[in-house]
Design a binder for this molecule. Structure first.
Ligand code: ABU
Length: 427
């Protein structure tokens, strides 16, 4: 394949063997109309009216505000496939790539024709959103061929900027740059810095935050968790025991391991997010309840968004091969949430040179509690959405999956209407 190279010698050791109960925070209409409510503060209905009015009169200035995965989406970032690379081997990345994957043993810039095709699909998706009244911004791609070198590690190339969801976590008026856990993704936030600067200039309430950059030394990874063929059974046993490739040396998290449910953040503990990362999030968002979850049955647990997909208050899709364990379902059951098995993917295998599983079928983008973007070829998922009462917007994206994921992955929220609500009053 043009541009791709054989993997270099590894520098790390090899393995040896809707009618929901919900409570809105009390309103104090005497508060200033333009100050942003924090999650522990009063959500002002007047504030919302002002924001809505601004939208109606067509103000293009940025307002960063998004508390959940389903409120009406008005402003979003859509990624680009520009200069996307398959990075060289490194511990965390290698653990994620299935043993029989066509990606094993090669790295380098992806072929230009595939980049062009993925960009055409991402551009068309952006245009579809704009037609529906959603403002769309795009990242400014770095030269991803530039190696990443710090005092602690070196890797020969970067990755890309197709999946902003992996890097940027929007909670209310804050956008938080995740630590990331792959060395090749250490500088990925820079693709989004021009937008962060613009938002900072345009929105006086925008909080631009960055989690502590991790050192990503060899201590961050279990040395016996690498590429040799240990088999899926062994991988499943390890993940059931919560023995993941990453250690708890320092806080690590990818933003795509976090789902936002108003006052509650649900975070997957797995390959890309460790317990210290979850603890860091807990301390960083003191007004939220932060819940660590694990899903049995996923041999490569990275990112929660092909496993657990909230569609609207009270309704979540769960990957039937990665069910939430009974003890972790309690908070949902106690608050009237229904967790339904997602439909089967339409494909038996991911597209070529793709990191993700076939379960990108459920990696959907909710536009509002009644409308959802589903990948065009995922006919079973679309059918299920229809039965669940959702209007389905078909989006052609499969040929872009290899660049970092599906419809949820390739977007990051900037503005959704609505405030911080408590969807789990019975804890
Ligand atoms: N970024 C979501 C990928 C998860 C999966 O491969 O199933």
């Amino acid at each position: 394949m043009s541009g791709l190279r054989a993997s270099p010698q590894r520098a790390y050791p090899r393995v040896k063997s809707s009618g929901m109960p919900r409570r809105q925070f009390q309103t104090d209409s005497s508060g200033p109309a333009t100050s942003r409510p924090a999650c522990n503060e009063k959500t002002s209905s007047l504030w919302h009216e002002v924001e809505l009015l601004k939208g109606k009169i067509g103000m293009q200035k940025t307002i960063v505000n998004s508390w959940n995965e389903w409120d009406p989406l008005k402003h979003v970032i859509v990624g680009r496939a520009d200069d996307c690379h398959i990075p060289p081997d490194e511990p965390a990345l290698e653990a994620k790539i299935p043993e029989d994957s066509d990606m094993r043993g090669q790295w380098g810039r992806r072929p230009q024709d595939t980049i062009d095709r993925a960009n055409a699909l991402l551009d068309a998706f952006a245009a579809q959103l704009e037609k529906r009244g959603v403002r769309v911004d795009r990242p400014t791609a770095l030269d991803h061929s530039v190696p990443v070198t710090t005092p602690d590690f070196h890797t020969e190339s970067q990755f890309g900027c197709m999946p902003p969801r992996d890097v940027l976590l929007t909670v209310g008026s804050e956008m938080l740059e995740a630590t990331m856990s792959y060395r090749c993704r250490w500088f990925e936030y820079l693709n989004y810095r021009p937008l962060m600067q613009q938002y900072f200039d345009e929105d006086p309430n925008f909080r631009h935050e960055s989690a502590p950059k991790p050192r990503l030394t060899d201590k961050d990874y279990h040395p016996d968790y690498l590429s040799d063929k240990i088999g899926v059974e062994k991988r499943l046993q390890w993940t059931a025991e919560k023995f993941f490739v990453t250690t708890d040396e320092e806080p690590l998290f990818d933003a795509a391991d976090v789902l936002r449910f108003g006052r509650d953040l649900v975070v997957q503990h797995g390959f890309t997010t460790n317990l210290k990362g979850i603890e860091w999030l807990r301390r960083h968002f003191p007004d939220h309840r932060v819940h660590a979850v694990n899903f049995l049955g996923d041999p490569y647990p990275i990112h929660i968004d092909a496993t657990f997909t909230p569609l609207r208050p009270g309704l979540i899709l769960n990957n039937p091969q990665r069910r939430l364990p009974a003890d972790q379902r309690k908070m949902f059951e106690a608050n009237g949430w229904e967790i339904v098995d997602a439909a089967q993917p339409a494909h038996n295998a991911p597209p070529p040179l793709c990191y993700s599983s076939t379960w990108l079928s459920m990696n959907v983008l909710v536009l509002d509690p009644k409308t959802v973007c589903v990948e065009k070829s995922e006919v079973y998922q679309a059918e299920q959405m229809d039965k669940l009462g959702m209007e389905v917007v078909e989006v052609d994206l499969r040929d872009a999956y290899a660049f970092g994921g599906g419809l949820h992955c390739c977007t990051a929220d900037v503005f959704r209407e609505g405030g911080c609500e408590d969807y789990f009053p019975n804890m």
